[in-house]
Design a protein around this ligand. Structure first.
Ligand code: F6P
Length: 323
């Protein structure tokens, strides 16, 4: 293999730049040319492909976002779109790819390889930490710290005004961001899609806490919770406990930005190197990840289809620590 391409796709995540830097420098270290594909699959289809050298990735290890930009491409979900992308790769003589992204990115990469035979190794880049095959995804640690910083501030005002705050965090269909925010933020309740809690249970927990003279409350709601979002849940609780002064905060896209934490920079660098070396060692259709501190490569198919389980011990911790 003489030339590879690298791209970021799906929702951006802090640490993606550190991963791009590691990919580029590892390729150069091994004497391989490396091209950056802008805007994920969308730029691949349009041929937005630029040669990268060592200086192209200088001074980015600490920057949030992605210098390669990111997008979610509808066109790539069609056979014609994938054909156009393949033609562009052939024109640029790109023989292998490193895909930095999440579920959607790897679903596309897996299909693309089956149809056109372009070997791809993935690097898990998403704040959601919802990928099987790695304990942590690039961007997750930073996102949790960003959310927790906001929650600490909300707690101050909740306490001053004796209020209940329903705080919605990101995570798509997973509660991975919500759980450490609840434990680290000292929340009374955490609502996650993986373990449905009825509104009645939420109301009962809050009523018990009120009886014990608690006057301010934090309820962390993962955006994918099946009982609803923070706004609808807060409305139902308010209906049941009208004397409770409740407010809603949706932390939103702040969770996606900012300088990556030390843990994310380290993970991104490790995985970026592993992705390129995996590709050069003949791996394809796998994602590089770290499980129990060891580097592992997991087939895309498994990463996409297998559900990463929530540690039930963490849910119990929220319950115990809010007594
Ligand atoms: O996958 C990352 C993520 O931030 C999810 O947590 C969230 O559901 C989604 O992306 C938001 O996507 P968009 O930026 O397209 O609104």
């Amino acid at each position: 293999m003489k030339r590879i391409g690298v791209f970021t796709s799906g929702g951006d995540a802090p640490g993606m730049n550190a991963a791009v830097r590691a990919v580029v420098r590892t390729a150069l270290y091994h004497g391989i040319e490396v091209y950056g594909i802008m805007r994920g699959y969308s730029g691949m289809i349009k041929g937005e492909i630029v040669k990268l050298d060592s200086t192209s990735v200088a001074n980015i290890v600490q920057r949030g976002g992605t210098i390669l930009k990111s997008a979610r491409s509808q066109r790539f979900t069609t056979k014609e779109g994938r054909q156009e992308a393949f033609d562009q790769l052939v024109n640029h003589r790109i023989e292998g790819l490193v895909a930095i992204g999440g579920n959607g990115t790897f679903t596309g990469a897996e299909l693309f390889e089956r149809e056109f035979g372009i070997p791809t190794v993935g690097a898990p880049g998403t704040i959601d930490n919802d990928l099987y095959g790695t304990d942590y995804t690039i961007g997750y640690d930073t996102a949790v710290n960003t959310a927790l910083d906001a929650i600490d501030k909300i707690r101050d005002t909740a306490d001053s005004h004796d209020r209940a705050f329903f705080v919605e965090v990101m995570g798509r269909d997973s509660g991975y961001i919500a759980i450490p925010c609840a434990i680290g933020g000292g929340a009374e309740i955490v609502l996650v899609p993986e373990q449905v809690q009825s509104i009645d249970t939420v109301i009962e927990t809050l009523q018990v806490a009120r009886k014990r003279q608690k006057s301010s409350f934090l309820i962390i709601v993962a955006e994918g919770d099946e009982e609803g979002n923070a706004t609808t849940i807060a409305a139902k609780v308010k209906e049941a406990i009208p004397e409770m002064d409740a407010r809603v905060t949706v932390i939103g896209h702040i969770q996606r930005g900012g300088a990556p934490s030390a843990a994310d920079r380290l993970l991104a660098s490790q995985i970026g190197i592993a992705a390129v070396e995996g590709l050069l060692n003949g791996m394809r259709n796998v994602m590089a990840g770290i499980v129990d501190r060891k580097l592992v490569y997991t087939p895309f198919q498994e990463c996409i289809s297998r559900k990463k389980m929530i540690n039930q011990g963490f849910m119990r911790m929220v319950e115990i620590l809010s007594v």
